[in-house]
Write a protein that binds this ligand. Structure first.
Ligand code: HEC
Ligand code: HEC
Ligand code: HEC
Ligand code: HEC
Ligand code: HEC
Length: 223
């Protein structure tokens, strides 16, 4: 049965080939059409792939560069600056007070960033207005204690290797949603290579399902 069908297809196929061989002009037109289509497709594809992510996110620089690697070596751990309080709340970003243990308004070194820090913030007794990459919308409740103490997770699982970096990368804000790129996704097509590439509702829920067997009820994560 299938053999007969194949024969019939082959037969008609030969017919078509013959037809086009007789009419080379048509063939050329089709070839140009295909090339034109491919070029147009490639232009759209590349502009979408390369340009769209650039347009979608606006970049803001941190007030000055903070070198994590240098400070972790000086201080010895993460918890001196980012700690859990007695009541289980998380200190978040360190306040100026914890910097003043070492820094004064006289810079120790020669770098531009330390000079800005000393002049604009230490001398003026002003807190540094850091931009928070992982900031969730106000309706979300997140507890560091549940994850660090409760589940014994490492910072890198959710934040990536920020603790090993020597420069503060720019904060990228999604122009449409206002979300940080760390939440909305490093890759705009949603492809995730690392556990820290994105932290949307589904990313929380997928890990909860895997680790605890349930996604959780709405008011576990919302307030
Ligand atoms: C345990 C001591 C210590 C603490 C605490 C500390 N620093 Fe530093 N910091 C240093 C040392 C040492 C250097 C290197 C100075 C040099 O350039 O020789 C430095 C350098 C810097 C620089 C310049 C680095 C560069 O690469 O340009 C900045 C900016 C800075 N610190 C900011 C801070 C801020 C903000 C805090 C508080 C969150 C802080 N430091 C807390 C010891 C400390
Ligand atoms: C001397 C104090 C200090 C130490 C020690 C330190 N940090 Fe930080 N950390 C900061 C400051 C200041 C910022 C804000 C500037 C920035 O984002 O680069 C920050 C920002 C961060 C952020 C970004 C949070 C966000 O979403 O914006 C993460 C994650 C982080 N630190 C992790 C770590 C880890 C992990 C370690 C240990 C390996 C560590 N830090 C050690 C001072 C410190
Ligand atoms: C990579 C895994 C992972 C990710 C990502 C994650 N969680 Fe969790 N979360 C856990 C685990 C495991 C527990 C259970 C800890 C325990 O049993 O003590 C937990 C517990 C919690 C709890 C406490 C529940 C309770 O009953 O005390 C809240 C709230 C929570 N997560 C919110 C979030 C939110 C919001 C996000 C996303 C922004 C998130 N989590 C992302 C693993 C994860
Ligand atoms: C389960 C994922 C997860 C783990 C593990 C985790 N964080 Fe976070 N972190 C978050 C989320 C989500 C936010 C945003 C919270 C918000 O905006 O309410 C955040 C916010 C922060 C901030 C910003 C300050 C603030 O509270 O606004 C710092 C600093 C930080 N984390 C440091 C750390 C450090 C240091 C560790 C390891 C000791 C760590 N985190 C472990 C998910 C995590
Ligand atoms: C595991 C934690 C978690 C659970 C459980 C959860 N959410 Fe969320 N939800 C989030 C996080 C984180 C965000 C912010 C990131 C985003 O928009 O994906 C969010 C965002 C939202 C938003 C969009 C709000 C905005 O400002 O963008 C709505 C609406 C929402 N959740 C409704 C729900 C409802 C309804 C449930 C119960 C069926 C639920 N969520 C359960 C973590 C959770």
């Amino acid at each position: 049965m299938s053999k007969i069908e194949n024969k019939a297809e082959n037969g008609s196929g030969e017919g078509v080939e013959k037809g086009t061989a007789d009419d080379p002009k048509d063939d050329k037109g089709l070839g140009l059409g295909v090339i034109f289509f491919m070029v147009a497709f490639l232009v759209c594809f590349l502009s979408g792939w390369l340009l769209f992510p650039k347009l979608l996110y606006s970049k803001k620089e941190q007030p000055f560069n903070f070198d994590h690697k240098l400070h972790v070596a000086e201080v010895g751990d993460c918890e001196t600056c980012h700690f859990l309080r007695e009541d289980g709340t998380f200190s978040g970003l360190p306040s100026m007070e914890s910097c003043l243990e070492c820094h004064t308004d006289e810079p120790m070194g020669e770098t531009k960033d330390e000079a800005i820090f000393a002049r604009e913030y230490v001398a003026k007794e002003k807190e540094v207005p850091w931009l928070v990459y992982s900031k969730q919308p106000d309706c979300v409740f997140f507890s560091h204690a549940a994850h660090i103490n409760g589940a014994g997770m490492d910072c890198i699982t959710c934040h990536g290797p920020i603790g090993e970096s020597t420069t503060s990368r720019p904060y990228e804000e999604n122009r449409i949603t206002g979300y940080s790129r760390d939440i909305w996704g490093k890759n705009i097509w949603g492809i995730k290579k690392h556990s820290w590439d994105r932290m949307k509702m589904d990313d929380c829920a997928v890990c909860h399902k895997k680790e605890t067997g349930q996604q959780g009820y709405c008011f576990q994560c919302h307030k």
